[in-house]
Design a protein around this ligand. Structure first.
Ligand SMILES: [Zn+2]
Length: 468
């Protein structure tokens, strides 16, 4: 048994008996990460100003993460306005958040179930970081608690009041090993267009390099090359290859947020994005939101219907606002259609069976936000436009996700270099602090504007005035 001095009351954090950080310094690093300054730059600035050489920067950063791993964070991931189970969410992929990991290095699971233990997984990440401080006790080779990407363990994060239980879906392995039905092929396969859009934005030299590395002819104009790539990626293995080169090795982070911009769920994809990732998270929630906004709405709805034929997660009309009759489609196209969902403003007095706790409605729609409507090819998709619903007008700033991603992008230059387990630990931590800052600001604003002292959370996790 080893005892380690660790008295925060003394104002210090002991990492490994050599590196001892003051608590103030730990909080300063935390704040620097919120302002997208890498810890490395903070350390460099300290060396310059103090004229001393610090221990290896990677070790000090490990020391900071050790501090965070030992801090009792609840990682609530919930908005004080929308509550622990919001009725409206916006989902998207942060495609530039990747880790360097050849997919071939992830072993095939021997007893795949598609269910992972979230609590166990995240505790194992903390243990890996905490044990790092005891490194000298362990032999490098036999270091315990090392977490590697694994289809049976790798878990998303969903807040404790939002998830159904600690056992949640992660069916990523099926992205590769499950044969798609013909309907899924048409509607669910990830949009080659999204991949090509990304290629279009690349410089011509980069496109040439990409073609070369995929064993293709790299002569011709940029458009010739893109057309060539388009044919090539119809084949799954070429698609994976191109995807890995364009997007990086892993599949980005699938994110669910409320319209105010608080992150509720994060899934760090090992493979290229699919609607499956979002379905895994939503089906692990206690209550599926009534309105889901996603730029590949049709794919998500089809996938949900095929995968859960008895539960039908998106209904009525497969998550469209109205039945896709020729007349409805025509009216919507001409801007002559509105679909009222009054329960978004005032909950139903008599809730539906299995109604959402905030609205009382059991209806679940998957809609497109404004930015991505151009992506839709199917005529029926016109019935998935958020503008058709007057109760959503002005309430949704669906760019909130893009704004969040562009903020987080500023961190990619140091996050993407870390090994997968440490990277996702730190990202969940940075986003937790970001969520807390936004929530605290909102609570303060309520107190100030209403001139009240006490604001508490009700049973739905929403801020209410007065003591409960
Ligand atoms: Zn919110």
């Amino acid at each position: 048994m080893i005892y380690r001095y660790q008295e925060w009351a003394d104002g210090v954090h002991n990492y490994d008996d050599h590196i001892i950080l003051s608590l103030h310094f730990c909080l300063y690093i935390r704040a620097s990460l919120q302002t997208h300054t890498t810890a490395g730059r903070v350390f460099e600035a300290m060396e310059l100003s103090l004229g001393v050489k610090l221990p290896p920067h990677s070790r000090i950063l490990q020391g900071y993460m050790h501090f965070e791993a030992l801090t009792d964070h609840q990682y609530i991931y919930s908005c004080v306005k929308c509550g622990s189970n919001p009725a409206i969410v916006v989902m998207d992929l942060h495609k530039k958040g990747v880790f360097s990991l050849p997919v071939s290095e992830i072993p095939d699971p021997s007893d795949y179930t598609g269910i992972v233990d979230m609590e166990e997984f995240w505790t194992s990440l903390s243990s890996e970081i905490i044990s790092d401080g005891l490194m000298e006790t362990f032999n490098q080779e036999t270091k315990p608690f090392v977490v590697q990407p694994d289809y049976n363990k790798w878990s998303p994060w969903i807040g404790p009041q939002t998830r159904k239980s600690n056992l949640v879906y992660n069916t990523e392995w099926e992205k590769v090993h499950k044969k798609l039905t013909s309907s899924e092929k048409v509607n669910v396969e990830i949009p080659e267009d999204r991949l090509l859009e990304q290629v279009m934005a690349m410089k011509v030299e980069e496109v040439k390099k990409l073609c070369k590395s995929c064993g293709m002819d790299s002569s011709g104009s940029k458009m010739d090359l893109i057309l060539q790539l388009r044919t090539e990626i119809k084949n799954r293995s070429s698609y994976d290859k191109v995807f890995a080169k364009v997007w990086g090795a892993s599949g980005g982070w699938a994110t669910i947020m409320c319209p105010c911009g608080i992150v509720y769920s994060l899934k760090f994809n090992l493979r290229a994005e699919s609607p499956r990732d979002y379905m895994d998270m939503l089906m692990s929630w206690q209550h599926i939101p009534n309105i889901v906004i996603y730029d590949f709405a049709r794919g998500l709805a089809t996938h949900g219907t095929i995968r859960f034929p008895t539960a039908l997660p998106f209904s009525p009309h497969e998550g469209r606002l109205l039945s896709p009759t020729a007349e409805n489609i025509q009216c919507a196209k001409e801007g002559r259609l509105t679909v009222k969902l009054p329960w978004l403003i005032k909950a139903k007095e008599t809730p539906d069976i299995n109604g959402h706790p905030l609205t009382g409605s059991s209806e679940h729609y998957v809609l497109y936000d404004k930015l991505h409507e151009g992506n839709t090819k199917d005529d029926k998709d016109v019935l998935r436009r958020i503008e058709l619903v007057p109760e959503l007008a002005g309430r949704i700033n669906s760019q909130v996700v893009e704004q969040f991603f562009s903020q987080m992008e500023k961190d990619n230059y140091f996050l993407n270099m870390m090994k997968p387990s440490t990277q996702i630990f730190l990202i969940r931590n940075i986003i937790h602090h970001r969520n807390s800052i936004v929530n605290t600001a909102r609570m303060d604003k309520i107190k100030k504007s209403l001139d009240v002292e006490h604001v508490t959370l009700n049973k739905h996790g929403q801020a209410v005035i007065g003591k409960m």
